[in-house]
Design a protein around this ligand. Sequence first.
Ligand code: AMP
Length: 358
Amino acid sequence: MSIPAPLPPGSVIGILGGGQLGRMLAIAAARLGFRCHVYDPAADAPASQVAAASTVAAYDDLAALDAFAAAIDVVTLEFENIPVATLRHLAQQVPTRPGADALAVAQDRVDEKSFLNRAGIATAPWRPVHDLPSLVAALEDIGAPSILKTRRFGYDGKGQVRIAAVDGAAAAWEEIGSQPAILEGFVPFSAEVSVIAARGLGGETVAFDPGRNEHRDGILHKTTVPAGLPKRLEQDAVLTAGRILAALDYVGAMGVEMFVTDGALLVNEIAPRVHNSGHWTIEACAIDQFQQHIRAVAGWPLGDGTRHGNAEMVNLIGGDAADWQRLSTDAVGLHLYGKGEIRPGRKMGHLTRVSPLS
Ligand code: AMP
């Protein structure tokens, strides 16, 4: 199979989704001489503010999608809830990187866990749940405590509830809105880590060092690198991410979230895009996750993502960003996403501190 030619500078990269990840992708693309065209249902999206062109239209607006496809050379995405049908429609007209199959797997927690286990990758024990009796049966199988999550559209801890004992089934089923779900055994993890890895058109794969993640109220608060795991586990985490990308024949950057338990790793979820826990790479690596993704999507050789410092990335959530004046004088990399209104729980920006390698 021949590998398509790399896209030359000046080519137009279409980005589905206009959030902060798209914004940082568009900035990275501009550094390499590309233009970005952002497609988002909302006007003045963070990515549209820094892109050469934008389309404001619904994801199922076929006329707008056709006009978008005609204006771009390749399409990628920054948001995993883009309808798969949107990507399949565009795929008839323009290369889509990553492809619709990888997106579909990541959108449904049952498909995701089935895929991971088929690929030989360990996860928490899980069962699909479609009604209350199947939830009770799953709880009897897996035991409590466990976590009930909606199959689709869960993010930042939303759409999930912890069940302490079997008699909590009915309340939990109601709490998630009685919709198709997955029951997962509760993992008593010692740490949460993630690996950002990227795979090029020819299958070459690179990964950044794993980061250790801390959440607050279900939202990522901080990522620290090095993650402080034994070398053996750090290597295992990177190799596990590589296996996932290969099994999906993936093109682009992906975030793989894992739990560290008693000396082993369990994959929690995959994100078919650049990832919040990889923002530290902007300051701490010569080639960051956004550059790496754009290189992969454009069919360029992947770069050297070696870390030249230790890093700590902290998200600015809601009112944290109101402090921008003080933060802007700190010796840190400050990033603000151009979101007009500060709302509780909204990711407004982040900052990264880098220190000498230890
Ligand atoms: P998720 O939406 O799957 O990323 O879950 C959000 C957060 O909930 C994770 O980062 C963990 O802190 C926690 N969590 C999710 N699934 C489990 C599990 N099976 N066992 C323990 N904690 C979990």
